[in-house]
Design a protein around this ligand. Structure first.
Ligand SMILES: [Fe+2]
Ligand SMILES: [Fe+2]
Length: 304
């Protein structure tokens, strides 16, 4: 059950916001996860996350990975998939109530403005959320959208709604992840140990991160032999991993290579987040430019 009444929920990514905003919306107004069941958007966001935190387990991750990495769901060009993404409104996003394709073009165009020569980066911005097409093939939104977190270890404090939101998750009580009982004066709560099933500094590549559009699209690009450079691929793979890239968590599990990855993901994040209330771009006029990029980096009919 959710707590009743508005509860202040400061998102750690607010500490990472030195950049000027791209529009009139103040920086603190983004990623507001205050619980308020009288506000339909806030309540929709809360419900999506609580369901995700209750159901996402190591076993479920493996099941979804097995299912989706067969790439036998449909065949489509990247452009067609982007158009289909129009049907998805992200139920975890407190900042956006528009079709995803609008967000795709907003992100891409802002990157293009700031990094005119890195055409792979423009395309990365355009397609970064394309993995959400899973929602059109029977995958519930809580398994597709939202921030991601590491599985099989301690639930990080910086996860949206906090470790308490995992109290109905079976992994919280699974002995395989070396639980310890934490008793406080007010309540008894069981949590996993810091490292869980991992070795110290095993690296991001070895973490099981909650199943979402990030991992699916990364694996899709590998499977379909995209030539987007590695920087773009890691931006896609870890862009929703907020507890790590903005919350400063999991440093006991990451390694030297991940320091570099963090720079790329942080650069990408400001475009993903702060462009969400910009004007709606003229998508029809922009297609010819982006079609060329698709042709260059991920051409033809792909397997999804
Ligand atoms: Fe995303
Ligand atoms: Fe996004």
């Amino acid at each position: 059950m959710a707590d009743k009444g508005p509860v202040a929920m400061i998102d750690p990514s607010q500490l990472m916001r030195p950049e000027p905003t791209f529009n009139d919306k103040p920086l603190q107004a983004y990623r507001d996860y205050t619980i308020d069941d009288t506000d339909p958007i806030k309540e929709r966001v809360r419900r999506t996350y609580y369901e995700m935190h209750s159901k996402m387990t190591v076993d479920l991750f493996k099941e979804k990975r097995e299912k989706w990495l067969k790439f036998n769901h449909f065949k489509a060009t990247v452009k067609d998939a982007l158009i289909r993404l129009n049907e998805v409104v992200d139920e975890s996003d407190p900042d956006l109530d528009l079709p995803n394709i609008v967000h795709a073009f907003q992100t891409a165009e802002r990157i293009r403005h700031d990094h005119p020569d890195d055409d792979w980066f423009h395309l990365t911005g355009l397609i970064h959320d394309l993995g959400k097409v899973m929602a059109l093939y029977g995958e519930p939104q809580w398994c597709v959208v939202g921030d991601t977190f590491a599985l099989g270890c301690k639930w990080a404090d910086a996860i949206v709604y906090g470790p308490e939101s995992f109290k109905n998750n079976p992994d919280t009580y699974n002995p395989k992840y070396k639980q310890v009982s934490i008793c406080t004066k007010k309540k008894n709560f069981v949590t996993t140990t810091l490292y869980g099933m991992y070795k110290p500094h095993c690296g991001l590549d070895n973490l099981l991160i909650s199943w979402s559009h990030d991992e699916y699209l990364y694996q899709f690009l590998k499977h379909n032999k995209s030539t987007i450079p590695e920087e773009g691929l890691v931006m896609i793979r870890y862009h929703s991993f907020y507890p790590w890239h903005s919350g400063g968590e999991y440093r006991h599990l990451t390694n030297e290579k991940d320091v570099e990855t963090l720079k790329h993901v942080t650069e990408f994040n400001k475009y993903d987040l702060y462009t969400k209330s910009e004007k709606i771009p003229d998508i029809e006029a922009l297609w010819p430019y982006y079609e060329k990029l698709i042709e260059k980096y991920i051409p033809g009919v792909c397997e999804w």
